[in-house]
Each structure stands twice: as structure tokens, then as C-alpha cells.
Design a protein around this ligand. Structure first.
Ligand code: PLP
Length: 418
């Protein structure tokens, strides 16, 4: 047989030669890989990780409700009543009374006509955006928006016009271009940006959208259960809830479970129920997850004020502690009244990727868990150690964590300083 002259083609080639392969191998070899570390206990303020007691500063369990007895009981009750799974899509056999109650109570929280519950937060963004937009439409996103938003935009086939993070002049330019194209536009922003923890500049965004007839959607994944008196998120904090067309949230953060939702006008939500492919062609969440989300929502609505205050107080305390150590933190931005827009996400700026990984490991070895954000999650050279707070952190936990930071950062003279 003649030897083949064809160039070998293999879709798996990238598995060995992707841009991160070398770094990943080196990090694994030195046991500094900050991913897939083993959590061996419940997700509280202090956890067991890889055999050691560790202060958890890397969780989105903002209200600490994953270990709340009432929330756990709600999950158990749902499991007992509806079994381990519903094995089908919400559209067919996957809607239980729990979903109906959850959607009703979320609509009350968000002050909207209706709400649709998805199996994950990721699917909520993906499924809503890809159903609402079509080729010929324009979608305008902040460059810091979550991946689930960007993936939904790509899937929709709409023209994507990203703008520089929180830059209103750039947003305006994109809105003008959509107008020139005679293309209906949707603007999508995170209410609280997941990595940097800063809030979107909502008042001018609303104004610009109205001036250019664009619809506005806000992702409240890190806003629900955190910001506003009711905990409805950044839109509530700014007093602009009824100026925003759609609001998305997840259960995987403050609401102590897994799942997500879109809240908005009844006709749009009803349209999503029959046309969102991520909703129709994926199984409904397991009853325990839906029950836990409903349980957490009820605790939050009853006792939220105290929890939100403690959570944000903890965030202020840790941020000040980092500043006192001379570390550079991402500044949280300001509200129209001039006060600091505190969120539970307090990132320490590290700069170079490899330095962030090594610092992360030193902290982990000393009993503090943080999240590492590397490019492409952040801009190149903008690596962060993202810390996040819980309402169940006590001062003692934060003081211990700060003492560890103080000890460890001495070994990193190149760290950006305030
Ligand atoms: C801003 C934002 N939107 C959406 C999501 C997706 O939510 P989930 O992880 O619950 O699927 C996340 C979570 O990572 C997020 O941070």
C-alpha cells in the first residue's frame, strides 16, 4: 500500500497542544495547581480541605445558608416527597409544585410579573439570551460579563458589540452603531461583576438604553441575596428595578443550592417557557436542589436584613485589613450618593499569573483558601486573588486570615502595593 500523503488531521490535536498545556503540567508537577482541590466538609466559613482546617475565603455561599438546618430540612423534605430526580425537562415531566412556588416567590422578591426557573444559572443566561435574540439583532455586552452571557450571545447569532468594562462612552458608541444598522438591541451587564466584585454603573446604562430604544438585562448572580434592602440585587440598590427589562439570578450563591432564574414581564417569560432550548431540552434540577433554593429564599426573605448587613460589614473589614497590610485591592466603585458600593467580593491585585498561583499555594498551605483569577477570566497581567465573604464569617476568622496574609506576603516582594 502507498504511504499516505495526507496531512494528519485530528480534532484531538489541541488536547496536547493547547496554549495552557505547558503551564498546567508545570503547576501539577509542583503541586501548585489552584483548581480541583478537595473540599471534604460542608461549605462553611471554616472547612476541611485536603485533611486540613482551612478558612474559606473562596466561596459564593454569601449568606452561609448551605449549612442552615432549615435549608437542609427543605432539601430533605423535597427529596422525600419527590424522590432523587424527576428525570425530565420542565416542559414535559419535570415541573413540581416546588417550581411553581419558587417561581411565584421569586417574582415577589424581584417585583416582576413572572419568573422562570432553569436547572443552572449558566443555562438561564444561555437559554434566555439565545431565545430572545436572533440574527439581525445586536447584543451589547460589558467586556467583564460572565461567560454564560457571552455564550448565549454567540449561540443567538446576533451581532455582538462588546464595550470596555463600565465605560459609558463606549456603550453609547455601540448603541449608536446598532441604531445605524437599524438593528434592535439588547444590552446585557452583570449587576456585580463576578471576578472584580465591582457594581455596574446602572443609572447611566438605563438612561442610554432608554435614549436608544434598547432593552436591558442585568445578571444579578452576585447581587441577589446581597444588595438592596430586600436582597433583590444591584437594580434594587440603585432604585432602578422597574427600568430594567430582565433580571437573571442563580441559586448557586446566596441561595445555597444549584439552579437559576430569569425574572421579567409575563409575556417574555412565557415565551422563554416554550422556546428556550436550554430550558426545554435539559432535565429539571433534582428536587433536593429546588427544595433547598426555596428554603433558602424563605430564610433570606424573613431574616435577610441582618444577614446582608453582617456580610457587607465583613467585606468592609477584610478590605480594610488588606489595605492596612499595604495590599492593593480592587476598589468597589461608588453609588450615586457617593458612598462605597461594597460587595462581598474583595479581590487582591497580584498582576502576573505565575506569582498569583504561587501566592495562592502559600496561603492554602497556611490554611486560607482563596480563588485565583487568571487570564482570560481577567485581562492579561491582571491576575487576582479573589476573596469573598460570608455572613457566617466571624471577626476571629477574618483576623486569622489576615494574619496568614501578613505572614505570607512578606515572601512576595514584587506584589503590587497600595
Ligand atoms: C455573573 C454570573 N452569571 C452566571 C453564573 C452562572 O451561574 P451558575 O454557576 O449558578 O450556573 C455565574 C456563576 O459562576 C456568575 O458569576
Amino acid at each position: 500500500m502507498e504511504p499516505s500523503t495526507r496531512t494528519p488531521l485530528d480534532v484531538f490535536a489541541k488536547v496536547q497542544h493547547h496554549e495552557r498545556a505547558e503551564q498546567l503540567a508545570a503547576a501539577k508537577e509542583q503541586d501548585v495547581l489552584p483548581y480541583f482541590r478537595m473540599l471534604e466538609s460542608q461549605a462553611g466559613p471554616v472547612v476541611e480541605m485536603e485533611g486540613r482546617e482551612t478558612i474559606m475565603l473562596g466561596s459564593n455561599n454569601y449568606l452561609g445558608l448551605t449549612t442552615d438546618e432549615r435549608v437542609k430540612q427543605a432539601a430533605r423534605d423535597a427529596l422525600e416527597q419527590y424522590g432523587t430526580g424527576v428525570t425530565g425537562s420542565r416542559l414535559l415531566n419535570g415541573t413540581t409544585p416546588l417550581h411553581v412556588e419558587l417561581e411565584r416567590e421569586l417574582s415577589e422578591l424581584m417585583g416582576t410579573e413572572d419568573t422562570i426557573v432553569f436547572t443552572t444559572g449558566y443555562q438561564s443566561n444561555l437559554g434566555a439570551i439565545s431565545a430572545i435574540l436572533e440574527p439581525g439583532d445586536t447584543v451589547i455586552c460589558d467586556s467583564g460579563d460572565h461567560a454564560s452571557i457571552l455564550d448565549g450571545c454567540k449561540l443567538s447569532g446576533a451581532r455582538m458589540r462588546p464595550f470596555r468594562h463600565n465605560r459609558m462612552d463606549k456603550l453609547e458608541a455601540m448603541l449608536k452603531r446598532a441604531r445605524e444598522d437599524e438593528s434592535p438591541a439588547l444590552v446585557v451587564v452583570d449587576g456585580v461583576f463576578s471576578m472584580e466584585g465591582d457594581v455596574c454603573d446602572l443609572p447611566p446604562i438605563v438612561e442610554l438604553c432608554q435614549a436608544h430604544d434598547a432593552r436591558l438585562m442585568v445578571d444579578e448572580a452576585h447581587g441577589v441575596g446581597v444588595l438592596g434592602e430586600r436582597g433583590a440585587g444591584a437594580c434594587e440598590l440603585f432604585g432602578l428595578e422597574d427600568q430594567v427589562d430582565l433580571r437573571m439570578g442563580t441559586f448557586s450563591k446566596s441561595l445555597a443550592s444549584c439552579g437559576g432564574f430569569i425574572a421579567g414581564p409575563a409575556e417574555v417569560i412565557e415565551f422563554l417557557r416554550i422556546s428556550s432550548r436550554a430550558f426545554i431540552f435539559s432535565a429539571s434540577a433534582v428536587p433536593a436542589a429546588t427544595g433547598a433554593a426555596l428554603g433558602a429564599l424563605r430564610v433570606m426573605r424573613a431574616e435577610g436584613a441582618e444577614l446582608f448587613a453582617k456580610l457587607l460589614d465583613n467585606a468592609r473589614y477584610l478590605r480594610q485589613g488588606f489595605r492596612d497590610l499595604g495590599l492593593k485591592v480592587v476598589e468597589p466603585g461608588t453609588l450615586p450618593g457617593g458612598e462605597e458600593a461594597t460587595t462581598p467580593v474583595v479581590p487582591v491585585i497580584v498582576g502576573e499569573d505565575w506569582q498569583a498561583v504561587l501566592l495562592w499555594k502559600s496561603l492554602f498551605d497556611a490554611g486560607v483558601y482563596t480563588n485565583v483569577a487568571l487570564h482570560p477570566a481577567v485581562p492579561p497581567g491582571g491576575a487576582l486573588l479573589r476573596t469573598s465573604l460570608m455572613a457566617t464569617h466571624e471577626r476571629e476568622h477574618l483576623d486569622r486570615a489576615l494574619a496568614v496574609f501578613e505572614r505570607v506576603v512578606g515572601d512576595y516582594p514584587d506584589l503590587p502595593r497600595a
